[in-house]
Design a protein around this ligand. Structure first.
Ligand SMILES: [Mn+2]
Length: 378
């Protein structure tokens, strides 16, 4: 049985967006710590092979200290083989970290845009791959490439853009994967990553996603795939995986509907309850988007949220509420207008976004009709 770890898009030394300069610097260091945590996992769990599917570094930013740390981590895991496919952010060039630094013997780096193979006889694994040699690679180098021996566990370590024809970051189609004949295609480039690997024909494939989210475009828990493979003659008899968490913190976005809120005390408990229900804590960078129609008198002040700030690592409030015309008068309206509003109120406060939108439209058009107005021109 072969133990494989698949990661990608670590982007060591990349800048973070995180509110303040000091927190951003802290996040940069946390990314390094997450990388070390992953490397410790590799050591403690006797991983045979690590596939790094591109963008390990962010080339423009990589410091000498970071390069030294990576070299040290690789050297500290002499039992494990590390295979690297340079991506669009860390292409293999004569000026790159890959060319300039000397890596330990257990590190295998693809250097060319054409596919080549590292063969590990002792574990019966062939790892195929290629390198970006500049920021762009406008074709898929492994299209029409087939593994040379079906008795080997055939892995492909690839940086590229799945289902994005015309992409300059190595466009890969599912058909390319389906026809490839590899046992596993370990993908890098898309930071979101799969939670569950896909399968096309006999080939498993997945994006591992990045190791730490860097902004609210990269939400969720980040990490790497752990695989156990076994091949008996030409038959893959074991292919089991786990998605492992290595990120120190995570970005999350929560939309909260505060329909009908009249003051901050209608809002703060809702935000607090959301943080508690979702189990967010100091590991979370949270953006709260406030939505819904609220009383025109309501003033949403960011400083009012300071009492919640310590619940998470970073709290950002986006106010997308709209002043509602006359909720209060509707609430006290004894006529059919008030009754109509009362009837719709549960739907206006629904958790379901579509239901809310529909109820809102119903209220608008209903009130308009009751006023004898042209519904369309409301
Ligand atoms: Mn990339």
């Amino acid at each position: 049985m072969v133990k494989v770890l698949h990661c990608a898009d670590v982007h060591l030394d990349a800048p973070f967006v995180c509110g303040s300069a000091s927190k951003s610097e802290l996040r940069r260091n946390e990314l390094l710590a997450s990388f070390s945590k992953m490397m410790n996992y590799v050591k403690m769990n006797g991983i045979d092979l690590v596939l790094i599917s591109g963008d390990l570094f962010e080339s423009e930013n990589v410091t000498r200290d970071t390069a030294a740390l990576v070299q040290r981590e690789f050297a500290d895991n002499p039992r494990c083989r590390f295979v690297i496919s340079p991506g669009n952010h860390d292409p293999y060039t004569s000026e790159s970290v890959y060319a300039k630094l000397e890596f330990p013997k257990n590190v295998y780096i693809f250097k060319d845009t054409s596919v080549s193979c590292f063969s590990f006889e002792d574990i019966n694994v062939d790892v195929y791959g290629y390198a970006f040699t500049s920021k762009e690679l406008s074709y898929n180098p492994f299209k029409n490439v087939r593994p040379r021996s079906n008795s080997k566990i055939n892995l492909l370590c690839a940086h590229g853009d799945l289902n994005a024809s015309g992409s300059v970051s190595c466009p890969i189609s599912v058909d390319d994967i389906r026809e490839s004949g590899f046992d596993y295609v370990a993908l890098g480039h898309i930071h979101l990553g799969h939670e569950i690997p896909e399968k096309a024909n006999d080939t498993f494939y997945a994006y591992s996603g990045c190791l730490e989210g860097r902004d609210f475009g990269e939400c969720g828990i980040k990490g790497a795939f752990y695989w156990e493979f076994e091949k008996d003659r030409c038959e893959l008899t074991k292919a089991e995986y786990k998605k492992l968490r290595f990120c120190k913190r995570r970005y999350e976005i929560e939309k909260i509907n505060v329909f009908g809120a009249k003051n901050m005390s209608d809002i703060l408990p809702r935000v607090k309850a959301c943080i508690e229900e979702k189990g967010y804590n100091r590991d979370t960078l949270l953006r709260v988007v406030l939505e819904g129609d609220v009383s025109p008198e309501l003033v949403i002040s960011n400083s009012a949220f300071s009492m919640l700030e310590d619940m998470v690592f970073y709290l950002e409030i986006k106010n997308k509420t709209r002043p509602f015309l006359n909720i209060e008068s509707l609430e006290n309206d004894p006529t059919i207008r008030g009754a109509f509003y009362e009837k719709l109120k549960p739907l206006l406060e629904s958790e379901d976004e579509n239901e809310r939108a529909l109820a809102y439209a119903s209220l608008k058009y209903g009130l308009s009709a009751l006023s004898g107005n042209n519904v369309v021109d409301y």
